[in-house]
Structure formats: structure tokens, C-alpha cells
Design a protein around this ligand. Structure first.
Ligand code: PGA
Length: 251
């Protein structure tokens, strides 16, 4: 059985006071959650205080990006070992905003995936197509290229210590969620692709859906057989809404 997982991607939002009240709200509400793993990915500078508050709570924390190098003259970058030093469990890699705004290629994303695992972090690998690609019937080809770059570089067994997030770019921050059927179809395709390399790994890897998930649409998405939880952007910035989404993953 795959344990459901709901992770908050705060993106470049928040302040010390907002992060404190958000985390405290999650801690207050988490006792009535069922069997769901919960995690938050704050901006780098907020990780130390979030880590202090969440230590020992069972709620995990992680980062939104890392540099593939171990250390050295890489001004402005943060390495996986630095994140591990703050007890991050997760690190998002290949988010579509990084691919689109910062030119991250499939090869760079694969290098970040491997660097995260080298430093003991669990990568949350994001894949997904743009609206033009969906309309051009390229969804499967795009997702396959994104995933295969990592599978070729790292090998299928590495997916045991990873999470995949299917995030259609046209659904991120737009309010245009994929229908449960659209999402399920791509999730099943991703699992099939991995099964082509290793059936056991395909059965155990968690595949999250991301893109305008809200308390109101989470349950029907999470009810799909190949959707194992969500990567939540905007709706993870309010503890009540985020907790309601976490609860929807347990039903
Ligand atoms: P959204 O973002 O929930 O605000 O659409 C999801 C994401 O980008 O991870």
C-alpha cells in the first residue's frame, strides 16, 4: 500500500511571522488527520525556523530546489548537504516554474534528482505538460521525456526513494484543475512507464497530483487509483485549507 502524501509548496511566499502561524496552525490541526504523510517546502531562509517548530512533530519539511554541486564557488546556490544539515527530508526538483523561468533542462533536473539522493534527501520530481503541448496531443511524449531523463541517469530503482508529482503547467496557479479523469490517465501512464523498467518500483512509487488543488476538489482527485496525494501551492499557505486537503487524502 502506498501511504498518501500531501506536500505544501510555499514557493516565494511568506515571512517569519506568516510561516510561524502557518506551521502552528498545521500543528494544532494535525491530530485529527488520518493516515497521511504531511510535509511543507518553505523558501530556503525560512527552513531553519520551520525545522525548529516541526522537529519531532511527524510533519516533514523540505526545500523547493537545490544545486547539484556539493559545495564551492556557486554564488547564490544551496547544496543538498546544507539542506540535509537542517534535517530536510524532501527537495522538489524540476518544478515547471524552474524549468520555464530558470531554463532548467531535463538533464539538469536529472542531475538535481541524483544530487538530492546523494545527500540523503527524497526528491519530489515534477513533470507536466503545457497547454499547447496538451492541445498538440504531446502530453505523454513530454512527460515521458521528463521522466526518462531521470530514469536513464539514475536508474529505475532510485524511484523507491523518490516521489513524483504530475503537475500540468496549465493547471498551476490558474484555478483550472485537471479533471480527475485527465489526471488519472497521466498518472497511470507514468506508472506504466516505470513498470516498463521495474514493476515492483512502479507499484510502490507515490505519484502526487499538483495544479490548483483546493479543499473542494481534493477528495475526487485523491480518490483516483493512481493518485497518491498532492503537491499544493496556493492552498498550502493557509493552514485550514491545507489541513482540509490533507484530510481528503485519507478518505
Ligand atoms: P498551485 O501550485 O496549487 O498553486 O496550482 C501547485 C504547484 O506549483 O506545486
Amino acid at each position: 500500500m502506498r501511504r498518501p502524501f500531501v506536500a505544501g509548496n510555499w514557493k516565494m511566499n511568506g515571512s517569519r511571522s506568516h510561516a510561524a502561524s502557518l506551521v502552528d496552525g498545521i500543528l494544532e490541526g494535525k491530530s485529527d488527520l488520518g493516515d497521511v504523510e504531511v510535509g511543507v517546502c518553505p523558501p530556503f531562509v525560512l527552513i531553519p525556523m520551520v525545522a525548529d517548530r516541526l522537529a519531532g512533530s511527524g510533519v516533514a519539511w523540505g526545500a523547493q530546489n537545490l544545486d547539484p554541486n556539493e559545495s564551492g564557488a556557486f554564488t547564490g546556490e544551496v547544496s543538498g548537504s546544507m539542506l540535509a544539515d537542517f534535517d530536510c527530508r524532501y527537495c522538489i526538483v524540476g518544478h515547471s516554474e524552474r524549468r520555464a523561468l530558470y531554463g532548467e533542462t531535463n538533464d539538469l533536473v536529472a542531475a538535481k534528482f541524483q544530487a538530492a539522493q546523494r545527500d540523503g534527501l527524497v526528491p519530489i520530481l515534477c513533470v507536466g505538460e503545457t497547454l499547447a503541448q496538451r492541445e498538440g496531443d504531446e502530453t505523454e511524449a513530454v512527460v515521458a521525456a521528463q521522466l526518462n531523463a531521470v530514469l536513464d541517469a539514475a536508474g529505475p530503482k532510485t524511484m523507491v526513494e523518490a516521489v513524483i508529482a504530475y503537475e500540468p503547467v496549465w493547471a498551476i496557479g490558474t484555478g483550472m484543475t485537471a479533471t480527475p479523469e485527465q489526471a488519472q490517465a497521466v498518472h497511470a501512464y507514468i506508472r506504466e512507464l516505470i513498470a516498463g523498467r521495474d514493476a515492483d518500483v512502479a507499484g510502490s512509487v507515490r505519484i502526487l497530483y499538483g495544479g490548483s488543488v483546493k479543499a473542494g476538489n481534493a477528495a475526487e482527485l485523491f480518490a483516483q487509483p493512481d493518485i497518491d496525494g498532492g503537491l499544493i501551492g496556493g492552498a498550502s499557505l493557509q493552514s485550514d485549507e491545507f489541513l482540509a486537503i490533507c484530510r481528503a487524502a485519507c478518505q
